[in-house]
Design a protein around this ligand. Sequence first.
Ligand SMILES: [Zn+2]
Length: 101
Amino acid sequence: MKNLKDAKTERVKWLHCIKNELFNLMKSEKPDSPALQWCVEMLQDLEFDAQEAMGFKKDSDLHSWWHMSPHCTCCSEINEKHFGKFGKIINKGCPLHGHMI
Ligand SMILES: [Zn+2]
């Protein structure tokens, strides 16, 4: 049982490392780069994996990394404050997420 818990903890740590590397890649791109949309999709997959690794149900409304992405102009403070209540609060002008509304 301990080994399974350790493996899950290790998986979550790795997912955080991959997320940080993805953020570094995103920082190196211009806000209008088409590559950023691939990064948005990869980040969503990472968040789903993290939810699974932590034993939560997979729910994109309960993701918390997306609004921390480089170039994202959606308000982190509002999204953190209302986490889990209304889904995502997206800024229409955000180059990463504006097309979602
Ligand atoms: Zn955004």
